[in-house]
Design a protein around this ligand. Structure first.
Ligand code: SAM
Length: 263
């Protein structure tokens, strides 16, 4: 008998609302859905008339499948919907993080978008929480702040609720065309660092992770790199294929490029 089975990645083709209820439960669920902005994607239509009911249906399916923490990622308009559905479903919010990205679309009529939201909900009172795995060096260190000297941790502290700030290090911007992390044809690809921080904090090796909107496979790639199992779902066959190829290539930025992150 193998007491330490190798974590596996499964990528399933189809509508997450139909597939998720058939999969059992997961320790951590990360959802980054389509935004309904009419962007032409290969293999699926981002613009849907039933977007509101669609949103309620996938959130409910994911919440039912979650035994630990559910992370709902998205822009401002989705954050509003997340709060409404969280109240409807009695979901307990444990954190609200903003990812500050530094490559928003240029714009002269309003402020340039520079954040997305990640609302985190817990199914049970006690959840997995590994603060030591995600600490960063405090900005106080740079100021020679005497209080840092008292810290047994050597000037480290937990990140704040805004991620992508200078103390977080490089590679937190939107994954753009000139970023070596970016997979062709995936304008919404998230940085590996972002998923890495979530998975380190809220899961342990060999835990089960679900990503109902796989896209380029960021969650699966990082999960396997951190020895977690991951089931990913996407309606686009070409996205499933490119995500699978990416998982096989493995994590790139955190380990190979910067040497930051994974300890
Ligand atoms: C915003 S992208 C996810 C990006 C991903 N987080 C990444 O880092 O690459 C949303 C994805 O959801 C997929 N999708 C849209 N509707 C879906 C549905 N009903 N079920 C599963 N996947 C769906 C799209 O094909 C797209 O790849």
């Amino acid at each position: 008998m193998n007491l330490f089975p190798t974590p596996v990645s499964k990528i399933l083709l189809g509508d997450c609302r139909e597939i998720v209820p058939t999969l059992g439960t997961f320790d951590f669920v990360f959802a980054d859905p389509p935004f309904n902005i009419g962007h032409p994607y290969k293999g699926y239509n981002d613009n849907r008339e039933d977007y509101e009911s669609f949103t309620g249906e996938w959130i409910e399916a994911c919440w039912n499948a979650c035994s630990g923490v559910l992370a709902l990622h998205g822009p401002d308009c989705l954050a509003e919907a997340y709060l409404i559905h969280a109240r409807r479903l009695g979901m307990r919010r444990i954190a609200w993080v903003n990812w500050h990205y530094r490559f928003g679309q240029c714009n002269s009529s309003n402020w340039i978008d520079a954040r997305t939201h990640c609302l985190l909900f817990a199914k049970t009172a006690k959840t997995t929480w590994n603060p030591a795995t995600v600490e960063v060096v405090s900005d106080r260190v740079g100021y020679g702040d005497k209080r840092i000297g008292d810290y047994a941790k050597g000037g480290k502290r937990l990140p704040g609720t805004v991620w992508g700030v200078p103390s977080d290090g490089k590679y937190w911007g939107r994954v753009t065309g000139n970023n070596t992390e970016r997979n062709a044809g995936h304008p919404n690809q998230l940085p590996e660092n972002y998923l890495e921080r979530l998975l380190l904090a809220y899961t342990n090796p060999h835990d089960r992770v679900l990503d109902p909107f796989c896209g380029s496979g960021t969650t699966a790639t990082v999960a396997i790199g951190l020895e977690r199992s991951c089931v990913s779902i996407d309606v686009s066959e070409s996205n499933c294929q490119s995500a699978h190829a990416r998982v096989l290539r493995g994590m790139r930025v955190c380990r190979a490029l910067t040497g930051e992150g994974v300890k």
